[in-house]
Design a protein around this ligand. Structure first.
Ligand code: BES
Ligand code: MG
Ligand code: ZN
Length: 488
């Protein structure tokens, strides 16, 4: 799909589908729209009346235009309250879907500008359409789109924004990588193939890459990560990619992603109803991390960014860690594993200790860490924990522009009592109550000096059904927030 930001006005555009975004309660046909309606012999007015189109969010209307017109179809889509960039992204996504459904190869998009900011307007439109129309057919033997493909999208009266188009497409390529990694099953994306993906990215985009093998991790004393890895028939891979700009970086950041390519629960096996069959998504943090790496490597900001994931799978075997085992992490702290299904925090413990030693200005980790966070915040919102207001506020701002929802949650220190162990420094699992909070408090034990934030993305990494923002399946959640945050 090719995007063109062009000067052409909606009256002069010709092609298959002309899509017009209108804010709610502002669907009167004035100015250019009145002229267009005249040109189309009153079709617009009729369409609005007949369909009771009111410009509300997700409201749309489509009609064919007859009689020698230079456009074949007109699509109206609501911009809702039109007070947030997300209204544009969502509107564009619907325009894209309708154009495809109507078998239109060329799409012209006409919307009012957000905040007189053409670059942000373009970015939302490109993201909305590019991400809505992406189809993952890697595992299908046949596709069912019957040749309906949108080939070109003209963004009308938005000339001079080629750079914004280019930037958005680079970010989208990162989001799509994250989606593909998360969507792929655990027999395709495993520690070995995920490390290969990192290697391919390093080769293609000139990122630095260090992969610590099991023996390297042993030397560094990563007993928590290796405890989780020990039941797998596949070797663990500790992946460290780094983007370094030319010259002195303005700041240095580390992004750490939970990389469980499958989470069976271990000997505390995920039994009936616990969603074991969905646990290929448990590397969603690593997916977002690598997606951000792909985008950032192409965008080339003046910021140094480290991308880290301790990749393994949580399996059962005669070699598996047992409930009650005591592990020693690479900062010397000891952990009694009272639940082998609280494995993500064990892998993150050693990854955070590693990141903390890099001397970066801030660390953010992303993890599909707890079912409790899904219960607390529902299907589309990620939890944010941080002892540092500056990092927390930066991430909140970055996520707002991205349209990826975060909600700041408390690091309620007294709850750490629940993690006290009789013989070790701590247990790895607290009680059911406040389970996402105790998980965050556990991670905090492994960050000594660097400002840090933790994002629990267990819910938004996957959409069960189309929710207007994301089509059903892997969402690539986190990539756009991370890119915005790194570029701030
Ligand atoms: N990977 C899961 C968390 C999860 C649950 C992600 C649902 C996505 C959807 C994690 O490793 C886990 O099993 N957490 C346990 C922790 C508990 C044993 C303390 C949980 O949430 O039940
Ligand atoms: Mg688990
Ligand atoms: Zn897990």
């Amino acid at each position: 799909m090719k995007f063109n930001a062009i000067a052409t006005a909606l009256l002069d555009w010709s092609g298959d589908a002309l899509a017009i975004g209108l804010p709610e309660n502002a669907v009167e046909l004035t100015g250019e729209l009145a002229q267009l309606d005249e040109k189309l012999a009153g079709t617009l007015k009729e369409l609005i009346e007949e369909t009771e189109f009111d410009g509300k969010r997700d409201n749309s209307a489509v009609t064919r235009v007859g009689g020698g017109s230079t456009v074949r179809k007109v699509i109206l889509v609501g911009l809702g309250k039109a007070d947030h960039l997300d209204d544009w992204r969502r509107c564009a996504a619907m325009m894209g879907r309708l154009a495809k459904q109507e078998k239109c190869k060329t799409l012209g998009v006409s919307v009012p500008q957000w905040n007189n900011d053409p670059a942000s307007t373009v970015r939302s439109l490109v993201e909305g359409i590019e991400l809505a129309l992406h189809q993952d057919t890697r595992f299908k033997s046949e596709t069912d789109d019957k040749g309906a493909i949108v080939e070109t999208v003209d963004l009308l009266e938005l000339d001079g924004q080629d750079e914004a188009v280019d930037k958005s497409l680079k970010i989208c390529s990162g989001v799509l990588l994250a989606r593909e990694l998360v969507a792929a099953p655990a027999n395709v994306v495993n520690p070995i193939t995920l490390a290969e993906t990192a290697q391919a990215m390093a080769n293609e985009y000139g990122l630095e890459l260090e992969i610590l093998e099991k023996e390297d991790c042993e030397k560094l004393g990563m007993g928590a990560f290796l405890g989780v890895a020990q039941a797998s028939a596949l070797p663990p891979k500790f992946v460290h990619l780094a983007y370094k700009p030319e010259g002195t970086p303005r700041k240095k950041l580390a992004i750490v992603g939970k990389g469980l390519t499958f989470d069976s629960g271990g000997l505390n096996l995920k039994t009936g109803g616990s969603g074991i069959e969905t646990m290929k998504i448990d590397m969603g943090g690593a997916g977002a991390t690598f997606g951000a790496a792909k985008a950032i490597a192409q965008l080339k900001p003046d910021v140094e960014v480290h991308f880290i994931s301790a990749v393994t799978e949580n399996m059962i075997s005669g070699h598996a860690m047992r409930p009650g085992d005591i592990l020693t992490a690479s900062n010397g702290k000891t952990i009694e594993v009272n639940n082998t299904d609280a494995e993500g925090r064990l892998t993150l413990a050693d990854a955070l200790v590693f990141a903390d030693k890099l001397g970066v200005d801030a660390i953010v980790d992303l993890a599909t860490l707890t079912g409790a966070c899904v219960v607390a915040l529902g299907n589309t919102i990620a939890g944010l924990w941080s002892p540092d207001d500056e990092v927390a506020n930066g991430l909140m701002a970055a996520s707002d522009v991205a349209g990826e929802k975060l909600w700041r949650m408390p690091l309620e220190e007294p709850y750490f009592e629940l993690m006290k162990s009789l013989h070790a420094d701590m247990k790895n699992a607290g009680s059911r109550a406040g389970g996402a909070i105790t998980a965050a408090l556990f991670l905090k034990q492994f960050v000594e000096k660097t400002p840090w934030a933790h994002l629990d993305i267990a819910a938004p990494v996957w959409a069960d059904k189309d929710n207007g923002y994301d089509s059903a399946g892997a969402t690539g959640f986190g990539v756009r927030t991370l890119v915005n945050w790194a570029m701030m």
